[in-house]
Design a protein around this ligand. Structure first.
Ligand SMILES: NC(=O)c1ccc[n+]([C@@H]2O[C@H](COP(=O)([O-])OP(=O)(O)OC[C@H]3O[C@@H](n4cnc5c(N)ncnc54)[C@H](O)[C@@H]3O)[C@@H](O)[C@H]2O)c1
Length: 522
Protein backbone atom coordinates (compact mmCIF):
# COMPACT_ATOMS: atom_id res chain seq x y z
CA UNK A 1 0.00 0.00 0.00
CA UNK A 2 1.38 3.43 -0.84
CA UNK A 3 0.61 6.99 0.21
CA UNK A 4 -1.17 5.83 3.33
CA UNK A 5 -4.13 4.56 1.32
CA UNK A 6 -5.73 1.59 2.96
CA UNK A 7 -7.49 -1.01 0.90
CA UNK A 8 -10.92 -0.63 2.48
CA UNK A 9 -12.34 -3.86 1.17
CA UNK A 10 -9.19 -5.89 1.00
CA UNK A 11 -9.60 -7.05 -2.58
CA UNK A 12 -6.00 -6.71 -3.59
CA UNK A 13 -4.78 -9.13 -0.98
CA UNK A 14 -7.61 -11.57 -1.50
CA UNK A 15 -7.61 -11.87 -5.25
CA UNK A 16 -4.30 -10.56 -6.46
CA UNK A 17 -3.82 -7.90 -9.11
CA UNK A 18 -5.56 -8.35 -12.43
CA UNK A 19 -5.97 -4.81 -13.74
CA UNK A 20 -3.43 -2.03 -13.57
CA UNK A 21 -5.06 1.33 -14.05
CA UNK A 22 -3.47 4.71 -13.76
CA UNK A 23 -5.05 7.83 -12.44
CA UNK A 24 -6.45 9.73 -15.40
CA UNK A 25 -6.96 6.63 -17.55
CA UNK A 26 -10.21 6.39 -19.44
CA UNK A 27 -12.11 3.44 -18.03
CA UNK A 28 -13.41 2.57 -21.49
CA UNK A 29 -9.85 1.69 -22.48
CA UNK A 30 -9.86 -1.24 -20.12
CA UNK A 31 -13.51 -2.09 -19.60
CA UNK A 32 -16.09 -2.45 -22.34
CA UNK A 33 -18.40 0.56 -22.45
CA UNK A 34 -21.48 -1.62 -22.51
CA UNK A 35 -20.67 -2.96 -19.09
CA UNK A 36 -20.65 0.26 -17.10
CA UNK A 37 -23.36 2.91 -16.93
CA UNK A 38 -23.04 5.68 -19.50
CA UNK A 39 -23.49 8.47 -16.93
CA UNK A 40 -20.46 7.14 -15.10
CA UNK A 41 -18.15 6.98 -18.11
CA UNK A 42 -15.14 9.17 -17.85
CA UNK A 43 -11.76 9.37 -16.41
CA UNK A 44 -10.80 7.84 -13.14
CA UNK A 45 -10.22 11.15 -11.41
CA UNK A 46 -13.92 11.99 -11.72
CA UNK A 47 -14.82 9.38 -9.15
CA UNK A 48 -15.21 10.17 -5.51
CA UNK A 49 -13.66 7.30 -3.69
CA UNK A 50 -12.05 3.97 -4.11
CA UNK A 51 -15.09 1.97 -3.24
CA UNK A 52 -17.14 3.83 -5.85
CA UNK A 53 -14.42 3.30 -8.42
CA UNK A 54 -14.42 -0.42 -7.90
CA UNK A 55 -18.19 -0.51 -8.20
CA UNK A 56 -18.35 1.65 -11.31
CA UNK A 57 -15.53 -0.05 -13.10
CA UNK A 58 -17.14 -3.38 -12.37
CA UNK A 59 -13.98 -4.49 -10.66
CA UNK A 60 -15.38 -5.15 -7.21
CA UNK A 61 -15.01 -8.81 -6.57
CA UNK A 62 -12.61 -9.20 -9.48
CA UNK A 63 -9.42 -7.87 -7.93
CA UNK A 64 -7.42 -4.75 -8.46
CA UNK A 65 -3.93 -3.72 -7.68
CA UNK A 66 -3.85 -0.99 -5.12
CA UNK A 67 -0.37 -0.17 -6.36
CA UNK A 68 -1.80 0.51 -9.78
CA UNK A 69 -4.43 2.79 -8.33
CA UNK A 70 -2.29 4.93 -6.14
CA UNK A 71 0.87 5.26 -8.14
CA UNK A 72 2.07 8.82 -7.75
CA UNK A 73 4.55 8.39 -10.57
CA UNK A 74 1.81 7.50 -13.02
CA UNK A 75 -0.32 10.48 -12.22
CA UNK A 76 2.05 13.26 -11.37
CA UNK A 77 2.48 14.49 -14.92
CA UNK A 78 -1.23 14.50 -15.69
CA UNK A 79 -2.07 16.32 -12.54
CA UNK A 80 0.74 18.80 -12.27
CA UNK A 81 -1.05 21.44 -14.28
CA UNK A 82 -4.10 21.61 -12.08
CA UNK A 83 -2.83 20.67 -8.68
CA UNK A 84 -4.56 17.31 -8.51
CA UNK A 85 -2.80 14.24 -7.30
CA UNK A 86 -3.51 10.58 -7.27
CA UNK A 87 -5.05 11.13 -3.87
CA UNK A 88 -7.40 13.80 -5.15
CA UNK A 89 -10.62 11.84 -5.12
CA UNK A 90 -9.42 8.59 -3.76
CA UNK A 91 -9.21 7.89 -0.10
CA UNK A 92 -10.13 5.24 2.39
CA UNK A 93 -13.21 5.61 4.54
CA UNK A 94 -13.18 8.44 7.03
CA UNK A 95 -10.83 7.81 9.96
CA UNK A 96 -12.81 9.88 12.42
CA UNK A 97 -15.59 12.40 11.89
CA UNK A 98 -14.32 15.86 12.85
CA UNK A 99 -17.78 17.43 12.43
CA UNK A 100 -19.07 18.14 15.92
CA UNK A 101 -15.72 17.15 17.41
CA UNK A 102 -15.03 18.49 20.88
CA UNK A 103 -11.58 18.75 22.45
CA UNK A 104 -10.95 19.12 26.19
CA UNK A 105 -11.69 22.61 27.54
CA UNK A 106 -8.78 25.04 27.63
CA UNK A 107 -9.08 27.61 30.42
CA UNK A 108 -6.30 29.55 28.74
CA UNK A 109 -5.65 29.24 25.03
CA UNK A 110 -1.89 29.48 24.45
CA UNK A 111 -1.25 30.76 20.94
CA UNK A 112 1.72 30.61 18.59
CA UNK A 113 1.17 33.03 15.72
CA UNK A 114 2.97 32.75 12.39
CA UNK A 115 3.21 35.60 9.90
CA UNK A 116 2.86 39.13 11.28
CA UNK A 117 2.33 40.80 7.90
CA UNK A 118 -0.70 42.87 6.96
CA UNK A 119 -3.29 40.36 8.10
CA UNK A 120 -1.38 38.72 10.93
CA UNK A 121 -0.63 42.03 12.65
CA UNK A 122 -4.36 42.63 13.01
CA UNK A 123 -4.87 39.15 14.48
CA UNK A 124 -2.11 39.61 17.06
CA UNK A 125 -3.51 43.00 18.04
CA UNK A 126 -6.97 41.50 18.60
CA UNK A 127 -6.12 38.40 20.61
CA UNK A 128 -5.34 40.19 23.92
CA UNK A 129 -8.82 41.72 23.79
CA UNK A 130 -10.30 38.26 24.36
CA UNK A 131 -10.38 36.69 27.82
CA UNK A 132 -8.15 33.66 28.37
CA UNK A 133 -5.66 34.10 25.54
CA UNK A 134 -1.89 34.11 25.86
CA UNK A 135 0.26 34.90 22.81
CA UNK A 136 3.34 32.85 23.64
CA UNK A 137 5.21 32.81 20.34
CA UNK A 138 5.50 35.06 17.31
CA UNK A 139 7.20 33.92 14.11
CA UNK A 140 7.94 35.76 10.89
CA UNK A 141 10.58 35.47 8.23
CA UNK A 142 11.22 39.17 8.70
CA UNK A 143 12.43 39.78 12.29
CA UNK A 144 11.21 43.40 12.38
CA UNK A 145 7.62 42.24 11.93
CA UNK A 146 7.64 39.94 14.94
CA UNK A 147 9.47 42.60 16.95
CA UNK A 148 6.89 45.22 16.02
CA UNK A 149 4.02 42.88 16.91
CA UNK A 150 5.62 42.12 20.29
CA UNK A 151 6.09 45.83 20.92
CA UNK A 152 2.40 46.45 20.20
CA UNK A 153 1.42 43.75 22.68
CA UNK A 154 3.59 45.45 25.30
CA UNK A 155 2.04 48.83 24.57
CA UNK A 156 -1.41 47.25 24.90
CA UNK A 157 -0.46 46.24 28.47
CA UNK A 158 0.22 42.54 27.88
CA UNK A 159 2.70 41.40 30.53
CA UNK A 160 3.69 38.09 28.93
CA UNK A 161 6.53 38.58 26.46
CA UNK A 162 6.20 36.19 23.50
CA UNK A 163 9.25 34.31 22.28
CA UNK A 164 10.24 35.41 18.79
CA UNK A 165 11.17 32.94 16.04
CA UNK A 166 12.47 34.76 13.01
CA UNK A 167 14.91 34.97 10.18
CA UNK A 168 14.68 31.52 8.63
CA UNK A 169 12.18 29.88 6.29
CA UNK A 170 11.29 27.10 8.70
CA UNK A 171 11.52 28.79 12.09
CA UNK A 172 7.77 28.06 12.37
CA UNK A 173 8.62 24.42 13.04
CA UNK A 174 10.01 25.42 16.44
CA UNK A 175 6.70 27.09 17.31
CA UNK A 176 4.79 23.93 16.40
CA UNK A 177 7.21 21.80 18.42
CA UNK A 178 6.66 23.67 21.70
CA UNK A 179 4.65 21.74 24.22
CA UNK A 180 3.17 24.81 25.89
CA UNK A 181 1.17 25.96 22.86
CA UNK A 182 -2.43 24.90 22.17
CA UNK A 183 -3.25 26.78 18.99
CA UNK A 184 -1.12 27.63 15.98
CA UNK A 185 -2.57 30.57 14.06
CA UNK A 186 -1.23 30.89 10.49
CA UNK A 187 -1.28 34.19 8.56
CA UNK A 188 1.44 33.51 5.98
CA UNK A 189 1.47 33.38 2.16
CA UNK A 190 -0.74 30.60 0.78
CA UNK A 191 2.03 28.15 -0.11
CA UNK A 192 2.86 27.72 3.58
CA UNK A 193 -0.68 27.21 4.89
CA UNK A 194 -1.00 23.44 4.52
CA UNK A 195 2.64 22.55 5.33
CA UNK A 196 2.51 24.49 8.59
CA UNK A 197 -1.02 23.32 9.46
CA UNK A 198 -0.19 19.64 8.93
CA UNK A 199 3.09 19.93 10.82
CA UNK A 200 1.29 21.63 13.72
CA UNK A 201 -1.57 19.10 13.88
CA UNK A 202 0.92 16.24 13.79
CA UNK A 203 2.42 17.80 16.91
CA UNK A 204 -0.89 17.96 18.70
CA UNK A 205 -1.85 21.57 18.05
CA UNK A 206 -5.21 22.95 17.02
CA UNK A 207 -4.85 25.14 13.96
CA UNK A 208 -6.48 28.24 12.55
CA UNK A 209 -5.32 29.06 9.07
CA UNK A 210 -6.00 32.06 6.89
CA UNK A 211 -7.87 31.76 3.61
CA UNK A 212 -7.46 29.72 1.46
CA UNK A 213 -6.40 26.82 3.68
CA UNK A 214 -4.91 24.90 0.74
CA UNK A 215 -3.81 25.49 -2.86
CA UNK A 216 -4.29 22.01 -4.36
CA UNK A 217 -6.70 19.12 -4.05
CA UNK A 218 -3.95 17.05 -2.52
CA UNK A 219 -3.30 19.68 0.15
CA UNK A 220 -7.02 19.68 1.01
CA UNK A 221 -6.83 15.94 1.63
CA UNK A 222 -3.66 16.37 3.68
CA UNK A 223 -5.54 18.73 5.99
CA UNK A 224 -8.47 16.34 6.33
CA UNK A 225 -6.23 13.39 7.03
CA UNK A 226 -4.07 15.25 9.59
CA UNK A 227 -7.10 16.64 11.42
CA UNK A 228 -8.84 13.25 11.59
CA UNK A 229 -5.67 11.32 12.46
CA UNK A 230 -4.65 13.65 15.28
CA UNK A 231 -8.16 14.69 16.33
CA UNK A 232 -7.20 18.32 16.24
CA UNK A 233 -9.35 21.20 15.10
CA UNK A 234 -8.50 22.79 11.78
CA UNK A 235 -10.51 25.93 11.19
CA UNK A 236 -10.04 28.21 8.24
CA UNK A 237 -10.40 31.84 9.32
CA UNK A 238 -13.36 32.48 7.02
CA UNK A 239 -14.24 35.84 8.49
CA UNK A 240 -16.93 36.69 5.93
CA UNK A 241 -19.16 34.06 7.53
CA UNK A 242 -19.20 36.39 10.56
CA UNK A 243 -20.09 39.59 8.75
CA UNK A 244 -23.30 41.17 9.96
CA UNK A 245 -25.51 40.73 6.90
CA UNK A 246 -24.16 37.23 6.19
CA UNK A 247 -25.07 36.16 9.72
CA UNK A 248 -28.49 37.78 9.45
CA UNK A 249 -29.15 35.87 6.21
CA UNK A 250 -27.89 32.64 7.79
CA UNK A 251 -30.36 33.08 10.61
CA UNK A 252 -33.13 33.92 8.12
CA UNK A 253 -32.24 30.83 6.09
CA UNK A 254 -32.41 28.62 9.15
CA UNK A 255 -35.78 30.08 10.14
CA UNK A 256 -37.14 29.24 6.67
CA UNK A 257 -37.53 32.88 5.63
CA UNK A 258 -36.26 32.21 2.09
CA UNK A 259 -38.24 28.98 1.72
CA UNK A 260 -36.08 26.44 -0.11
CA UNK A 261 -32.83 28.12 -1.15
CA UNK A 262 -32.37 27.41 -4.84
CA UNK A 263 -29.35 29.51 -5.79
CA UNK A 264 -26.53 31.48 -4.21
CA UNK A 265 -23.88 33.85 -5.53
CA UNK A 266 -20.61 35.04 -4.08
CA UNK A 267 -17.42 36.68 -5.24
CA UNK A 268 -14.12 38.30 -4.54
CA UNK A 269 -14.16 41.40 -6.71
CA UNK A 270 -11.38 43.47 -5.26
CA UNK A 271 -9.15 45.51 -7.50
CA UNK A 272 -5.68 44.89 -6.21
CA UNK A 273 -3.88 48.05 -7.23
CA UNK A 274 -0.69 46.97 -8.93
CA UNK A 275 1.83 49.08 -7.11
CA UNK A 276 5.42 48.46 -8.16
CA UNK A 277 6.61 49.82 -4.84
CA UNK A 278 4.82 47.10 -2.84
CA UNK A 279 7.39 44.43 -3.56
CA UNK A 280 6.72 42.65 -0.28
CA UNK A 281 3.41 41.26 -1.55
CA UNK A 282 5.06 39.72 -4.57
CA UNK A 283 3.92 36.29 -3.42
CA UNK A 284 0.31 37.17 -4.09
CA UNK A 285 1.06 38.72 -7.43
CA UNK A 286 2.99 35.60 -8.40
CA UNK A 287 0.03 33.39 -7.51
CA UNK A 288 -2.23 35.55 -9.65
CA UNK A 289 0.17 35.77 -12.54
CA UNK A 290 0.91 32.08 -12.67
CA UNK A 291 -2.39 30.33 -11.89
CA UNK A 292 -5.56 30.63 -13.95
CA UNK A 293 -8.72 30.04 -11.96
CA UNK A 294 -10.79 31.41 -9.10
CA UNK A 295 -7.85 31.69 -6.71
CA UNK A 296 -9.65 33.30 -3.80
CA UNK A 297 -13.06 31.64 -3.65
CA UNK A 298 -13.55 31.26 0.07
CA UNK A 299 -14.87 34.73 0.95
CA UNK A 300 -17.79 34.32 -1.43
CA UNK A 301 -18.54 30.64 -1.09
CA UNK A 302 -18.24 30.37 2.71
CA UNK A 303 -21.42 32.22 3.67
CA UNK A 304 -23.41 30.72 0.77
CA UNK A 305 -22.36 27.20 1.81
CA UNK A 306 -23.37 27.95 5.39
CA UNK A 307 -26.82 29.09 4.27
CA UNK A 308 -27.22 25.96 2.10
CA UNK A 309 -25.98 23.50 4.78
CA UNK A 310 -23.11 22.31 2.63
CA UNK A 311 -21.33 19.38 4.33
CA UNK A 312 -24.30 18.98 6.70
CA UNK A 313 -27.29 18.00 4.57
CA UNK A 314 -26.06 18.92 1.10
CA UNK A 315 -22.75 18.68 -0.73
CA UNK A 316 -21.02 20.41 -3.62
CA UNK A 317 -21.28 18.06 -6.59
CA UNK A 318 -19.43 19.58 -9.56
CA UNK A 319 -18.34 22.87 -11.09
CA UNK A 320 -17.56 24.43 -14.43
CA UNK A 321 -15.36 27.49 -14.73
CA UNK A 322 -14.62 29.97 -17.49
CA UNK A 323 -11.90 32.62 -17.51
CA UNK A 324 -11.53 35.77 -19.55
CA UNK A 325 -8.21 36.56 -21.17
CA UNK A 326 -5.80 38.84 -19.38
CA UNK A 327 -6.35 42.38 -20.58
CA UNK A 328 -4.23 44.09 -17.97
CA UNK A 329 -1.80 42.18 -15.79
CA UNK A 330 0.83 41.35 -18.37
CA UNK A 331 0.84 44.90 -19.68
CA UNK A 332 1.27 46.42 -16.21
CA UNK A 333 3.99 43.94 -15.29
CA UNK A 334 5.83 44.73 -18.51
CA UNK A 335 5.62 48.44 -17.76
CA UNK A 336 6.94 47.86 -14.24
CA UNK A 337 9.74 45.65 -15.54
CA UNK A 338 10.82 48.36 -17.98
CA UNK A 339 11.41 50.65 -15.00
CA UNK A 340 12.71 48.12 -12.45
CA UNK A 341 14.48 44.81 -13.12
CA UNK A 342 12.90 43.39 -9.96
CA UNK A 343 9.76 42.68 -12.00
CA UNK A 344 11.55 41.09 -14.97
CA UNK A 345 11.21 37.46 -13.81
CA UNK A 346 7.47 37.86 -13.38
CA UNK A 347 6.89 39.90 -16.51
CA UNK A 348 8.87 38.03 -19.08
CA UNK A 349 9.25 34.40 -18.05
CA UNK A 350 9.08 32.39 -21.24
CA UNK A 351 5.85 30.49 -21.55
CA UNK A 352 4.18 32.09 -18.58
CA UNK A 353 0.43 32.17 -18.82
CA UNK A 354 -0.97 35.19 -17.12
CA UNK A 355 -4.22 34.54 -15.32
CA UNK A 356 -7.37 35.84 -17.00
CA UNK A 357 -8.79 38.93 -15.37
CA UNK A 358 -12.24 37.59 -14.50
CA UNK A 359 -13.08 34.02 -13.56
CA UNK A 360 -16.68 32.85 -13.32
CA UNK A 361 -17.64 29.48 -11.96
CA UNK A 362 -20.95 27.65 -11.70
CA UNK A 363 -21.51 24.96 -9.11
CA UNK A 364 -24.28 22.42 -8.65
CA UNK A 365 -25.00 20.71 -5.36
CA UNK A 366 -26.07 17.11 -4.87
CA UNK A 367 -29.51 18.34 -3.76
CA UNK A 368 -29.93 20.32 -6.99
CA UNK A 369 -29.12 23.87 -5.90
CA UNK A 370 -26.79 26.10 -7.90
CA UNK A 371 -24.14 28.71 -7.16
CA UNK A 372 -22.20 31.27 -9.14
CA UNK A 373 -18.79 32.39 -7.82
CA UNK A 374 -16.59 35.08 -9.36
CA UNK A 375 -13.03 36.24 -8.92
CA UNK A 376 -11.51 39.47 -10.17
CA UNK A 377 -8.64 41.46 -8.76
CA UNK A 378 -7.36 43.10 -11.93
CA UNK A 379 -10.18 44.93 -13.68
CA UNK A 380 -11.96 48.05 -12.53
CA UNK A 381 -15.12 47.61 -10.50
CA UNK A 382 -16.24 48.42 -6.96
CA UNK A 383 -15.51 45.94 -4.18
CA UNK A 384 -18.09 43.17 -3.93
CA UNK A 385 -18.60 39.72 -2.48
CA UNK A 386 -22.13 39.71 -4.00
CA UNK A 387 -23.62 37.43 -1.32
CA UNK A 388 -26.92 36.64 -2.99
CA UNK A 389 -29.36 33.99 -1.82
CA UNK A 390 -32.45 33.18 -3.86
CA UNK A 391 -35.21 31.01 -2.46
CA UNK A 392 -38.76 29.97 -3.16
CA UNK A 393 -40.13 32.70 -0.87
CA UNK A 394 -37.55 35.50 -0.70
CA UNK A 395 -34.10 36.62 -1.73
CA UNK A 396 -31.21 38.62 -0.25
CA UNK A 397 -28.42 40.59 -1.93
CA UNK A 398 -25.60 42.31 -0.07
CA UNK A 399 -23.69 44.18 -2.80
CA UNK A 400 -23.73 46.87 -3.98
CA UNK A 401 -24.41 48.07 -0.45
CA UNK A 402 -26.70 48.72 1.34
CA UNK A 403 -27.85 45.12 1.62
CA UNK A 404 -31.30 44.33 0.31
CA UNK A 405 -34.03 41.76 0.82
CA UNK A 406 -37.03 41.07 -1.38
CA UNK A 407 -40.11 38.96 -0.81
CA UNK A 408 -41.58 39.33 -4.29
CA UNK A 409 -40.56 40.15 -7.84
CA UNK A 410 -41.40 43.86 -7.79
CA UNK A 411 -39.10 45.56 -5.32
CA UNK A 412 -36.88 45.24 -2.29
CA UNK A 413 -38.40 45.78 1.15
CA UNK A 414 -38.20 49.29 2.60
CA UNK A 415 -35.55 50.47 5.04
CA UNK A 416 -38.10 50.38 7.86
CA UNK A 417 -39.10 46.81 7.00
CA UNK A 418 -35.44 45.84 6.77
CA UNK A 419 -34.83 47.27 10.24
CA UNK A 420 -37.76 45.33 11.66
CA UNK A 421 -36.38 42.12 10.16
CA UNK A 422 -32.98 42.87 11.61
CA UNK A 423 -34.46 43.45 15.05
CA UNK A 424 -36.27 40.15 14.93
CA UNK A 425 -33.60 37.97 13.34
CA UNK A 426 -30.25 39.36 14.51
CA UNK A 427 -28.45 36.26 15.79
CA UNK A 428 -27.38 35.83 19.41
CA UNK A 429 -23.67 36.17 18.69
CA UNK A 430 -24.20 39.63 17.21
CA UNK A 431 -26.35 40.69 20.16
CA UNK A 432 -23.66 39.40 22.54
CA UNK A 433 -20.50 40.73 20.91
CA UNK A 434 -21.46 42.81 17.87
CA UNK A 435 -21.03 46.27 19.37
CA UNK A 436 -17.66 45.41 20.89
CA UNK A 437 -16.61 43.86 17.58
CA UNK A 438 -17.44 47.07 15.74
CA UNK A 439 -15.27 49.02 18.19
CA UNK A 440 -12.31 46.64 17.89
CA UNK A 441 -12.76 46.57 14.12
CA UNK A 442 -11.13 44.25 11.64
CA UNK A 443 -13.23 44.45 8.47
CA UNK A 444 -15.98 46.24 10.34
CA UNK A 445 -15.99 43.79 13.26
CA UNK A 446 -16.34 40.40 11.57
CA UNK A 447 -12.71 39.49 12.30
CA UNK A 448 -13.12 40.07 16.00
CA UNK A 449 -16.42 38.21 16.15
CA UNK A 450 -14.77 35.20 14.49
CA UNK A 451 -11.74 35.23 16.78
CA UNK A 452 -13.83 35.75 19.89
CA UNK A 453 -16.07 32.78 19.03
CA UNK A 454 -13.06 30.63 18.17
CA UNK A 455 -11.49 31.24 21.59
CA UNK A 456 -14.86 30.89 23.32
CA UNK A 457 -15.38 27.45 21.75
CA UNK A 458 -11.88 26.28 22.67
CA UNK A 459 -12.31 27.49 26.26
CA UNK A 460 -15.69 25.79 26.58
CA UNK A 461 -14.64 22.57 24.86
CA UNK A 462 -17.19 23.07 22.07
CA UNK A 463 -16.99 22.13 18.38
CA UNK A 464 -15.59 25.01 16.36
CA UNK A 465 -18.07 26.76 14.07
CA UNK A 466 -16.24 25.53 10.97
CA UNK A 467 -14.30 22.31 10.60
CA UNK A 468 -11.66 20.85 8.32
CA UNK A 469 -14.27 19.68 5.78
CA UNK A 470 -15.49 23.25 5.39
CA UNK A 471 -11.90 24.49 4.99
CA UNK A 472 -11.19 21.86 2.33
CA UNK A 473 -14.50 22.36 0.51
CA UNK A 474 -14.22 26.14 0.26
CA UNK A 475 -10.52 26.01 -0.67
CA UNK A 476 -10.76 23.27 -3.29
CA UNK A 477 -12.74 25.55 -5.60
CA UNK A 478 -9.44 27.16 -6.64
CA UNK A 479 -7.68 24.07 -8.02
CA UNK A 480 -10.90 22.69 -9.51
CA UNK A 481 -11.52 25.93 -11.40
CA UNK A 482 -7.89 25.85 -12.58
CA UNK A 483 -8.53 22.38 -13.98
CA UNK A 484 -11.79 23.40 -15.62
CA UNK A 485 -10.28 26.50 -17.23
CA UNK A 486 -7.39 24.43 -18.54
CA UNK A 487 -9.86 21.94 -20.06
CA UNK A 488 -12.21 24.22 -22.02
CA UNK A 489 -14.49 24.66 -19.00
CA UNK A 490 -15.30 20.98 -18.68
CA UNK A 491 -17.02 20.00 -15.46
CA UNK A 492 -15.13 18.47 -12.60
CA UNK A 493 -16.44 16.73 -9.50
CA UNK A 494 -15.87 17.96 -5.97
CA UNK A 495 -14.24 15.41 -3.72
CA UNK A 496 -16.42 14.41 -0.79
CA UNK A 497 -14.10 15.35 2.04
CA UNK A 498 -16.64 14.06 4.58
CA UNK A 499 -16.66 10.56 3.00
CA UNK A 500 -20.47 10.53 3.11
CA UNK A 501 -20.87 11.97 6.61
CA UNK A 502 -22.41 15.14 5.10
CA UNK A 503 -25.72 13.27 5.02
CA UNK A 504 -25.95 13.18 8.80
CA UNK A 505 -23.55 15.91 10.03
CA UNK A 506 -25.24 18.81 11.81
CA UNK A 507 -24.70 22.50 10.94
CA UNK A 508 -21.65 23.89 12.74
CA UNK A 509 -22.07 27.63 13.14
CA UNK A 510 -23.84 28.17 16.46
CA UNK A 511 -24.83 31.76 15.69
CA UNK A 512 -27.33 31.91 18.53
CA UNK A 513 -24.79 30.77 21.12
CA UNK A 514 -26.87 27.87 22.36
CA UNK A 515 -23.69 26.78 24.17
CA UNK A 516 -20.75 28.79 25.42
CA UNK A 517 -20.73 32.54 25.00
CA UNK A 518 -19.05 32.83 28.40
CA UNK A 519 -15.77 34.42 27.27
CA UNK A 520 -15.47 38.12 28.02
CA UNK A 521 -14.25 40.67 25.50
CA UNK A 522 -11.72 42.85 27.31
N1 LIG B 1 -9.63 36.99 5.66
C1 LIG B 1 -9.24 38.17 5.22
O1 LIG B 1 -10.02 39.11 5.17
C2 LIG B 1 -7.83 38.33 4.76
C3 LIG B 1 -7.34 39.60 4.43
C4 LIG B 1 -6.00 39.72 4.01
C5 LIG B 1 -5.21 38.59 3.92
N2 LIG B 1 -5.72 37.38 4.24
C6 LIG B 1 -4.87 36.19 4.18
O2 LIG B 1 -3.85 36.31 5.16
C7 LIG B 1 -2.65 35.72 4.70
C8 LIG B 1 -1.53 36.73 4.77
O3 LIG B 1 -1.80 37.79 3.89
P1 LIG B 1 -1.13 39.21 4.08
O4 LIG B 1 -1.86 40.13 3.21
O5 LIG B 1 -1.02 39.52 5.53
O6 LIG B 1 0.31 38.94 3.48
P2 LIG B 1 1.70 39.59 3.97
O7 LIG B 1 2.67 39.32 2.91
O8 LIG B 1 1.46 41.00 4.39
O9 LIG B 1 2.03 38.77 5.28
C9 LIG B 1 2.59 37.48 5.24
C10 LIG B 1 3.66 37.41 6.32
O10 LIG B 1 4.16 36.08 6.35
C11 LIG B 1 5.58 36.19 6.51
N3 LIG B 1 6.25 34.98 6.03
C12 LIG B 1 6.56 34.65 4.76
N4 LIG B 1 7.23 33.48 4.75
C13 LIG B 1 7.35 33.08 6.04
C14 LIG B 1 7.93 31.96 6.67
N5 LIG B 1 8.56 31.01 5.98
N6 LIG B 1 7.87 31.87 8.03
C15 LIG B 1 7.25 32.84 8.75
N7 LIG B 1 6.67 33.93 8.19
C16 LIG B 1 6.72 34.04 6.85
C17 LIG B 1 5.96 37.42 5.72
O11 LIG B 1 7.23 37.91 6.11
C18 LIG B 1 4.82 38.36 6.06
O12 LIG B 1 5.08 39.14 7.20
C19 LIG B 1 -2.96 35.21 3.31
O13 LIG B 1 -3.31 33.89 3.39
C20 LIG B 1 -4.15 36.02 2.87
O14 LIG B 1 -4.95 35.34 1.94
C21 LIG B 1 -7.00 37.24 4.67
Amino acid sequence: MTDGLADPIGLAAENGPKYYLHWGDDISNVWPAAEYPSEKRGRIFMINNRREFLKIAGLAGVGLSSAGLSSRAASSEQNASHGRSDRSNLRPDQRFNMAGYTAPKLATVRVGHIGQGGRGSGVVNQLPKIEGVEVRALCDLVPERSEAAAARLKTAGVALKPTLYTGSEDAWKKVCERDDIDLVYISTPWRLHTPIAVYAMNRGKHVVVEVPAARTVDECWQLVEASEKNRRHLMMAQNTCYDFFEMLTLNLARQGFFGDIIHGEGAYLHTFPFDPERKLKTWRLEENAQRNGNLYPTHGIGPVCQAMNINCGDRLDFLVSVASDDFRMREELNQAAAKDVFWKPLASQAGMTHRGNINTCAIRTVNGRTMMMQHDITSTQPYSRIHKLVGTKAMALKYPEPPKIAGGHKDFITAAEFKALEEKYTPGIVRRIGEMAKKVGGHGGMDFMMNWRLIDCLRNGLPLDMNVYDAATYSVVAPLTEWSVAHRSNSIDFPDFTSGAWKTNQPGMDINLTRGGTTRAL
